[in-house]
Design a binder for this molecule. Structure first.
Ligand code: HEC
Length: 164
């Protein structure tokens, strides 16, 4: 009986030890590897003096785009018009001078390009600054020239300023 008992306990410890080797150890190794790899993927800690900025930087959408990107292609007057100004000026909505309407544009064109440019940048009457758009100033100027020229003016499209 005692012999049997010894045998059984021996075999139990053998089973335990082989279980350790075949199952537990590999699992521990895998868990360790996963933890190691996961640690290397942890996002960089953003250090900045402003804690709110740090939070914003961390919760920023992936691939967020800076709208006024200096490197993006400059928009032409027509593109600015189609993207923004046409909302009102295509039809004369909100009391705006309609695209191509020489009678509506004539007295405005007579004020000169700079005056029109100022109105477009700062807003006038029912028109908000940049007509509600978010462009570089010279792009708004191109929109102004595009619309005014379509109604009889001969303004030159402003060039993109040299990079600072
Ligand atoms: C929300 C409608 C709206 C949008 C969008 C809009 N405009 Fe206007 N715009 C107006 C209205 C209304 C007027 C007439 C304002 C007045 O004389 O009181 C006007 C007038 C103008 C004038 C004549 C200003 C003057 O001094 O006589 C220019 C130039 C002009 N818009 C350019 C633009 C350009 C460029 C864009 C696009 C970037 C644009 N607008 C987008 C409504 C709009």
């Amino acid at each position: 009986m005692s012999h049997d008992n010894h045998d059984q306990s021996h075999s139990t410890s053998q089973v335990f030890s082989s279980t350790m080797k075949t199952f537990v150890l590999p699992v521990l190794v895998v868990v360790g590897l996963v933890a190691y790899i996961a640690a290397s993927f942890r996002p960089q800690v953003v250090t900045t003096s402003n804690p709110n900025e740090a939070v914003e930087a961390r919760i920023q959408k992936v691939g967020a785009v800076e709208i006024k990107d200096a490197n993006r292609a400059a928009r032409s007057g027509e593109e600015v018009f189609k993207a923004q100004c046409s909302t009102c000026h295509a039809t004369g909505a909100a009391g705006s001078p309609k695209f191509g309407d020489a009678a509506a544009w004539g007295p405005r064109i007579a004020k000169g390009f700079d005056a029109l440019m100022t109105s477009a940048l700062k807003g006038k009457g029912n028109m908000g600054p940049q007509g509600g758009g978010n462009f570089e100033d010279y792009e708004v100027g191109r929109g102004v020239a595009y619309m005014a020229n379509a109604a009889g003016a001969k303004f030159a499209e402003p060039k993109k300023p040299e990079a600072k």
